[in-house]
Design a protein around this ligand. Sequence first.
Ligand SMILES: Cc1ncc(COP(=O)(O)O)c(C=O)c1O
Length: 461
Amino acid sequence: MTDWLPGPEWERGQTAYVAIADAVAADVARGRLLPGDRLPTHRMLARRLGVTIGTVTRAYAEAGRRGLVRGEVGRGTYVLGLRADDSDIALAVPASPPAEVDLSRNLALPASTPPELLRAIAEAWRGVEPSALLDYQAKAGNRQDREAGVHWLPPGLRGDPDRVVLTAGAQHAIVSALATVTTPGDVVVAESMSYPGLRTAADHVGVRLVGLPMDGEGLVPDALAAACGRLRPRALYCTPTLQNPTGAVLSAPRRSEIAAVAARHGVVVIEDDTYGFLAPDAPPPLTADLGPLGVYVTTLSKSVLAGLRIGYLVTEPQLATRIASTVMSTVWMAPPAMARLATRLIETGTATAVADWKRAEGRRRLALAHATLPTLAPPGAESSLHCWLPLPPPWRGVAYTAASLARGVLVTSGEEFAVDWGQAVPQGVRLCIGTPADTVGLRSALQALRSVLDGPPAAVH
Ligand SMILES: Cc1ncc(COP(=O)(O)O)c(C=O)c1O
């Protein structure tokens, strides 16, 4: 039964993992799953359903909670023997998830923003002039909003507002850049583990992603050079500062080497600086001197508010105009009301105050994470809202994720970040330390993770 797929319950369900667990229950009830049947591996089912491996891990844990299946160390997840009348019980078990601390979503402190900052944000809204929103705006965003964007950029990129395109966040900037500079079938290279939104963007645009080796500092320039010779990629996507998921920061010499390789081979570099606000001492952007081959992306979603769907993309004016046309073909223009609010937040200093507070909080939380989990890979900056926990053998990321979930802590296994499915990735998990509301919740979650690590390794297939 390793090819089991959920039936119609899966389509109807609201929350993916509950719907999969419901489908297991329904198939046990109707005899489609029999005692002793082995369910597909987490990775296989995730791939076939188009969900994350973490969702399948949660679904199997939920099915285990209802007494339907059991995960066996080193063997897999098996259907348990239920009596015919028990199956109703399994379906009727309330679907409410057990109390969990979620360290799996990379949220930048949503639940703990101080009231005075929330008041300042509300105040900035009051300054948004409705008459400025009566008409459509330029496809790259209006000049005042692009000028505000220039002030938000790192010093090496401040300059001509005609180089700036407003987008509806970083994801939209990445899709727009890829759609503009590639054609379907092109190869795009990236760090071997990367932000999962890159995969969905690449699928959408129809390009083939190939992962490149990384070391403790991030992308390896020689690997990029070799891939350029072998695969003739059209673009490189990378996150030089606080790489997602590893937290690595590329040094200045590495950045120069990568930029030089890209220039030599005519490869467009899409540099995602979403987390740059946490590392003001990081070296200047890799794309600062790459001319029309450089596309820099940042966003206010992590530094200020996730719902503030405004990103800033920076490149040479000619390419900026082409990317703005892609923005127009998708959303006409970045949401103007959001753009006005973003500008107000930048002009009034509120955006800086929020980002400064997040940086300080990220520093505090990272210190706590290090103190509790000494084997954490040190991020390349003093402050971060995500970090990487390498696992000692024989631990595997998926097994550790399942064992942590059993202790009520959600984390994300390295496999979720693999740029090509099936590619081997280092065994480890990403911890998003900015998600719990306070450090009390964070501390107990980190302690639970520590005790999982100190216990005997489990294996899940
Ligand atoms: C590296 C990276 N880039 C982009 C994004 C998405 O940013 P936005 O919400 O602005 O689309 C994320 C979100 O987690 C991210 O981790």
